[in-house]
Design a protein around this ligand. Sequence first.
Ligand SMILES: Nc1ncnc2c1ncn2[C@@H]1O[C@H](COP(=O)(O)OP(=O)(O)O)[C@@H](O)[C@H]1O
Ligand SMILES: O=P(O)(O)OC[C@H](O)CO
Length: 498
Amino acid sequence: MKNNQYIVALDQGTTSSRSLLLNQQGEIVGSAQREFTQHYPKPGWVEHDAIEIWASQRATLTELLAKTRISHQQVAAIGITNQRETTVVWDKATGQPIYNAIVWQCRRTSEQCKALRPQWQQTIRHKTGLVLDPYFSATKVAWILDNVEGAREKAERGELAFGTIDTWLIWNLTDGQVHATDVTNASRTMLFNIHSLQWDEELLTLFNIPKSMLPQVKSSSDDFGLAQLGANQVPIGGVAGDQQSSLFGQLCLQPGMAKNTYGTGCFLLMNTGEKPVESDHGLLTTIACSFPDKVQYALEGAVFMGGASVQWLRDEFGLIRHAKDSESMAQEVADTQGTYLVPAFTGLGAPYWDPFARGTLVGMTRGTGANHIVRATLESIAYQSMDLLQAMEQDAGHRLSHLKVDGGATANNFLMQFQADILNCEVERPANVETTAAGAAYLAGLHIGYWPDIDALKQQVQDATIFNPNMGEEQRQQLQSGWEKALKAARYWAELNQ
Ligand SMILES: Nc1ncnc2c1ncn2[C@@H]1O[C@H](COP(=O)(O)OP(=O)(O)O)[C@@H](O)[C@H]1O
Ligand SMILES: O=P(O)(O)OC[C@H](O)CO
């Protein structure tokens, strides 16, 4: 491999498309980013324009290569990582989407899921590792087929293609030559059997989705065809959903290793090795980045309001002007003086799955001020992550002593230290927090031999900040039991109002 060659990672997220360039040392040497439009056609509905997604992604790639002065020939391979579950259906002949992309956050199929739950929840859990929820792609595809005029007839004639965003990007990068996805993305559709690694015939019948629409499923480090870059063709060698990609980018490759991403929400994933672990605590079982000869699984839990609760402090409460102000304000006070915020603004996810719980601020006294409330908000992110991690430890049957972290809110040192304290666990924040993009780049680079093996990645010593737990057991227990009481209040309040 020539040493003037690079790997491009395309990171297609919920609010922006980004392209990043990595060199052989795994360093990020350039990036470009574009936001795109969010569509909210009705309360609870969220859509993206798939054409705009592709245009914004392509524009960032062009901008990246222009500003780094890298020629197409210097791109050794492309890796793709993406917002998961978001669903696109397009016409195979024209390449035109027949409806906007229905985003993972969209709740339009809540009623369908509720109706199916009594009879199908268990089967779906066993086969897919998921809970029967509008979050996942299956009911979104069915909605498009049932609501777009002529769609069902076209689908039955084999004229339509379905894809998550990775598949949509691959299709466009290869000029419609390749209709494929990887196992991590397939595992979020609620149509994929995570044990047999096949599309599940029974679920396709249940959701009335013709098999001819579905992409071919490959490993995460595999041959996804050739992207047309100007006159050059560049192999697409790695594809993974963004949370699995960051698990891989953090090199959480051994069973028991875990990472938490602190963005708008928090996504905690623990590698559970080659056997899927079924959760007793409402966590999801999902496929981690896999190679043709080796499939790995993970447990996953999500906090709905992570960094978003800091946005709420800024935009709705007006207590801070910038997210980063929360750090110094929290540090101004020694504690919250017994104040707890439960940011259950849209209910609580795993391990509670309580859609009725609501945001609750409790424990205030006459002396409670803005700094205490800001501190309680940051602490709430750590408490919610703690609940997920404890559930995961019980499911996986072992205690975690080290947590890797990434995402925008990890810039907050107070939050990271409190997370270490409340978990009684080391928290490791890499200097390069672009672990999601790194994961996709690693997968692509390994496929084409840019990096010979995983050991070569491990040798890329990365600087990291370690937050060591520094809180006495008595204090930790006191805080944890205060949080439990606050959670009860948030759930009780909603119960009273039902
Ligand atoms: N210094 C900070 N302290 C606390 N929260 C922060 C800080 N910086 C950013 N955030 C929060 O992190 C989130 C953005 O992180 P990012 O990883 O870009 O999220 P996403 O990928 O979900 O858009 C926002 O919700 C923001 O409020
Ligand atoms: O685009 P993000 O970073 O908000 O990630 C979205 C997740 O993949 C949804 O499951």
